[in-house]
Design a protein around this ligand. Structure first.
Ligand SMILES: Nc1nc2c(ncn2[C@@H]2O[C@H](COP(=O)(O)OP(=O)(O)OP(=O)(O)O)[C@@H](O)[C@H]2O)c(=O)[nH]1
Length: 318
């Protein structure tokens, strides 16, 4: 039988990885407490895995924002595994659940490849932590030895440009900006020219996220994409959607709209440290099929981690 938790330890021996794992565990503490303590409560007293127990698990998962459809799929998966492996002891429930969640999170996901040159378009509504995420990403890539530049593509609000500039200073990387109200595609055009001239590896572009006008949003992102494809065909383009984990099912609705208007290649889920309902991450992956690339687990510059399904599942269930 596959032992999920032991597998994790085998592949995660190094000291630095242990440090990162402790950090993710700390960041996910609320979700871990919510899920595992409730599960530990229902599996006690020599219970068996039966329909009654699965119903109780279903309720716990839905309350952790895993979502109704995804929860049903997980419960069905556990039912299958119980049958195939002929296990019945309730003490196995957490491990079976961990396996199901892991399978969903890593299904069809290729690792995120940081190449050069690369353009990262960062999209998402205001307040989700977009600017902070851009700063944290710039820091992460710089630490990996990449030359990073920022583009203030959210020209809708002066404050967005100012905030990004503060992050550029903090991380110590160049920023290309225009005045408030200017054409986002033209700032990005300038960013591309500057990136080429200075041999930048990763160009991270902020964008405005006004969901109330879907047509405008689509048009703006389409225009930006056209400029990148025309001016920088050699660059690999990633479009990362930033979602706030504390907004629960609302985050799923935002993701659906952004998926309609542009080709989202990855998701950054912020503020996981601030919610006990981190199950939303499973719902996002299951319902939208878009890989989670990074998770935000705090307000500090280092509080962004590359998402790793195995560490995530271990941090919650182990
Ligand atoms: N706890 C926690 N707070 C975060 C995280 N990411 C961002 N924040 C906070 O969320 C708030 C909003 O972040 P911003 O980066 O300003 O969000 P934004 O989407 O750019 O929003 P606007 O600038 O208002 O458009 C800030 O107080 C951040 O410090 C995270 O992973 N954990």
């Amino acid at each position: 039988m596959l032992n999920f938790f032991n597998k994790h330890h085998d592949s995660n021996g190094e000291e630095s990885k242990k440090g990162l794992f402790q950090k993710i565990k700390q960041g996910l503490l609320k979700t871990r407490d919510n899920l595992t303590s409730k599960i530990d409560n229902i599996v006690g007293f020599g219970r068996k895995i039966n329909e009654e127990l699965l119903e109780e698990l279903e309720e716990i998962l839905i309350l952790a924002d895993v979502g109704v459809n995804t929860t049903s799929a997980i419960i069905e998966g556990i039912r299958q595994k119980v049958k195939e492996r002929k296990v019945s002891d309730a003490s196995m429930l957490k491990e079976l659940l961990a396996e199901e969640v892991y399978e969903i999170l890593q299904k069809d996901v290729e690792p995120f490849a940081l190449t050069s040159p690369m353009v990262i378009l960062v999209v998402g509504v205001n307040g989700v932590g977009k600017t902070t995420t851009i700063g944290k990403l710039a820091n992460l890539y710089k630490k990996e030895g990449k030359k990073v530049m920022l583009v203030a593509g959210d020209t809708f609000r002066a404050a967005a440009i100012d905030q990004l500039e503060i992050w550029a200073e903090r991380v110590n990387c160049p920023i290309i900006k225009h005045q408030e109200g200017s054409d986002p595609a033209s700032v990005i055009f300038d960013g591309i020219q500057a990136a080429k001239a200075r041999g930048i590896d990763v160009l991270i572009c902020d964008t405005a996220g006004r969901l109330h006008n879907k047509k405008n949003l689509m048009e703006e992102l389409r225009k930006i994409r056209k400029v990148i494809d025309r001016e920088y065909p050699e660059a690999k383009v990633e479009t990362l959607l930033v979602l706030d984990a504390t907004t629960g099912q609302n985050a799923i609705q935002q993701a659906k709209i952004f998926k309609e208007v542009s080709n989202i290649t990855g998701i950054v889920l912020t503020k996981l440290d601030g919610t006990a309902k981190g199950g939303i991450i499973v719902a996002i992956k299951a319902e939208l099929g878009i890989p989670i690339r990074y998770i935000g687990i705090g307000e500090e510059i280092e509080d962004l981690q590359v998402f790793d399904a195995k560490s995530f599942v271990s941090a919650i269930f182990e």
